[in-house]
Design a binder for this molecule. Structure first.
Ligand code: CDP
Ligand code: MG
Length: 140
């Protein structure tokens, strides 16, 4: 077991519906510590850089519009195996496939507006944390 950090976003569909606290409770109940957090409003261009890996996918333009449609809460979560644990707490991308009790099963509206983002590997976690946070903001 290794202490890890992962990057998380509470997406616009969730901030709009005042679900930040309910989602944070899920992270904390799972043993994930919120070691950095800020609420920002992305431009479409910034969302496009963040999701550049999906630039060729048919949903990319709609995804970038959605991510820039309202504030997001970006976070660094820390814990044992935080990357995998967060993906478990989030549930499957499509809420129709998400296990009961997961964030997406309880809160997501559809495959696009699915309430949370979580890094999928150590390399992407490091890149995504560095895109949104400076070292000075990571106090543990
Ligand atoms: O977020 P996650 O890592 O579970 O899924 P992804 O495959 O990396 O896709 C990134 C995001 O694109 C998803 O969370 C959805 O918001 C969106 N998406 C979509 O709108 N339609 C799809 N068919 C797949 C993903
Ligand atoms: Mg992903």
């Amino acid at each position: 077991m290794a202490l890890e950090r992962t990057f998380s976003i509470i997406k616009p569909d969730a901030t709009r519906r005042n679900l930040t606290g309910a989602i944070n409770a899920k992270f904390e109940e799972a043993g994930l510590r919120i070691v950095a957090q800020k609420r920002i409003h992305l431009t479409k261009a910034q969302a496009g850089v963040f999701y550049a890996v999906h630039a060729e996918r048919p949903f990319y333009d709609e995804l970038c519009d959605f991510m820039a449609s309202a504030p997001i809460v970006c976070q660094v979560l820390e814990g044992e195996n935080a990357i995998t644990k967060n993906r478990e707490v989030m549930g499957a991308t499509n809420p129709a496939d998400a296990a009961p009790g997961t964030i997406r099963a309880e809160f997501a509206q559809c495959v696009g507006e699915n309430s949370v983002h979580g890094s999928d590997a150590p390399e992407t976690a490091a890149e995504e944390i560095a895109y949104f946070f400076s070292g000075l903001e990571l106090v543990g």
